[in-house]
Design a binder for this molecule. Structure first.
Ligand code: ADP
Length: 472
């Protein structure tokens, strides 16, 4: 299947060189996409800039009605999009379906919230003055997304952007562009005017560079690695763009001895192995109170052994392939390093044929191991022990990242104490899956800038205008 760029509502790029998108489970070609570059990126900006003039002037009701129509089509095409996602990204089909539903949750929520972009009036110092605060869309938004959530990373940016009156130019990840293109095709079918949502695939650097230097692009919203995020932040400085960055994480999970044991095991499992460990909120290190550590580690190893690894389109598969060779090598490196430094492999620890890696549980992890400091982005679960709450908090905070953290305890006081002292943007308190369309997702420290989801996520696409009226 040959996919196209979509610029100003037109499918284009057939004349360009084409890039193959492969299935990480089988190596088969899933489809091709055009290798766009600076020219196509600029054409997309031209289209978005023109479309902004009319789209931003529609009423919130007119805009959100179109977004709701897009959401309806997404619902109708859930299985089709999920299957495409499994083919290009690898995650098990049921999980892919879950992602499409989660992704569409952003469209649905912002199709409502777009009607509630309220302003303010503020009491003035003198009787003759009035202070009004308006919010208006920032303009053309560049959206650059990663491969681990091919649908959700698009919708949680594009939903609030277009609901607020912005228009967008999207560059999806080169490894997983097909899901994104399919969704943008549906935008046209839903009646979203040409030019409001544009998508360009190809040379990441050239496309990014073009959008960064263009003054008409007023906002950049990016999810991906910290390294590329920093580059984009620097690149956006010359035109002083608004920026939102969702970057890497290194999520700790703190398990107290009074935690509901079975629930904590179950949640650590799901928060670790979702997408084969390839999400920025996946647990990277588990701190278990020494009193229950051995039992907890055994339970995790036992459950991990039961996970079925394989092609995500096969029935009953829990863990799909990793995205590419580099991803597999990183897990191998982290496991080897941990073994060299004294960790014990309770289960797994081996690569399988192709891009598959066994779910792996390590006990005796120490703070100097690579896996305790760098994002593994794979099915590796290192476990370490602690004695006191403050020790656990200090070690959990000892990182440049600050995206998600998890806490398990039956004591409200302990739970709130730990949650308040963790330097993380998201804390799952007895909750292994905190992400949700109506809540603000984002990180402290080098995990990012800005929030996605909820009304906070809408504000990222709005400028504040203060109108001062003198009646005298
Ligand atoms: P990941 O490996 O998690 O996808 P990356 O940060 O490498 O993280 O990539 C995230 C997105 O950023 C992808 O769409 C990628 O193509 C794009 N990208 C990578 N390098 C650049 C760059 N220099 N300029 C603009 N976009 C980039």
């Amino acid at each position: 299947m040959n996919y196209s760029l979509i610029i100003n509502g037109q499918e284009t790029g057939k004349d360009l060189e084409q890039a193959e998108v492969t299935n990480p489970a089988t190596g088969e070609v899933v489809g091709t996409v055009p290798k766009g570059g600076q020219t196509e990126a600029r054409q997309a900006t031209d289209a978005a800039f023109e479309a902004f003039k009319t789209w931003s002037k529609l009423s919130a009701y007119e805009r959100t009605e179109k977004l709701a129509a897009w959401a309806k089509l997404m619902d109708e095409h859930t299985d089709e999009i999920a299957e495409l996602m499994t083919r290009e990204q690898g995650k098990p089909f049921e999980e892919a379906k879950g992602e499409v539903k989660y992704a569409n949750g952003f469209f649905k929520w912002y199709a409502e919230e777009g009607k509630r972009i309220y302003g303010e009036t503020i009491p003035a110092t003198t009787a003759n003055k009035r202070i009004f605060v308006h919010k208006q869309p920032v303009g053309v938004v560049a959206v650059i997304t990663p491969w681990n959530f091919p649908a959700a990373m698009i919708t949680r940016k594009v939903g609030p952007a277009i609901a607020s009156g912005c228009t967008v130019v999207i560059k999806p990840a080169n490894l997983t562009p097909l899901t994104a293109i399919r969704m943008v095709q549906l935008a046209k079918e839903a009646g979203i005017p040409d030019g409001v949502v544009n998508i360009v695939t190809g040379d990441s650097k050239a496309i990014g560079q073009e959008w960064m230097q263009d003054m008409r692009v007023r906002k950049l919203t990016f999810t991906g690695s910290t390294e590329v995020g920093k580059e984009l932040m620097k690149g956006s400085a010359d035109t002083v763009k608004k920026i939102s960055l969702e970057l890497g994480g290194h999520a700790p999970s703190i398990v107290m001895d009074d935690a509901n044991f079975d629930k904590a095991v179950e949640h650590v499992m799901s928060a670790k192995y979702r997408n084969a460990g390839q999400t920025c909120v996946c647990i990277n290190r588990v701190y278990v109170h020494e009193k229950i550590a051995d039992k907890f580690a055994e339970a995790l190893a036992e459950k991990s052994k039961q996970l079925k690894v394989g092609n995500g389109l096969e029935e009953g598969v829990n863990i799909g392939p990793l995205i590419n060779e580099d991803a597999v090598k990183k897990v191998e490196k982290h496991v080897q390093d941990a073994k060299d430094k004294g960790a014990k492999v309770l289960t797994g620890g081996e690569k399988k044929e192709g891009l598959f890696y066994e779910p792996t549980v390590l006990s005796g992890a120490t703070d100097d191991m690579l896996c305790m400091n760098e994002e593994t982005f794979g099915p590796l679960l290192p476990i370490t022990t602690f004695k006191t709450v403050d020790e656990a908090i200090e070690r959990a905070n000892d990182t440049d990242f600050g995206l998600a953290a998890y806490v398990y305890t039956s004591s409200i006081n302990t739970g709130i104490y730990i949650a308040e002292n963790l330097e993380y943007g998201i804390v799952g308190l007895n909750d292994g899956l905190p992400s949700s369309p109506q809540a603000p997702f984002g990180g402290f420290k080098q995990s990012g800038i800005g929030r996605e989801g909820g009304h906070h996520g809408m504000d990222e696409f709005l400028e504040i205008k203060y109108i001062s009226l003198d009646l005298a």
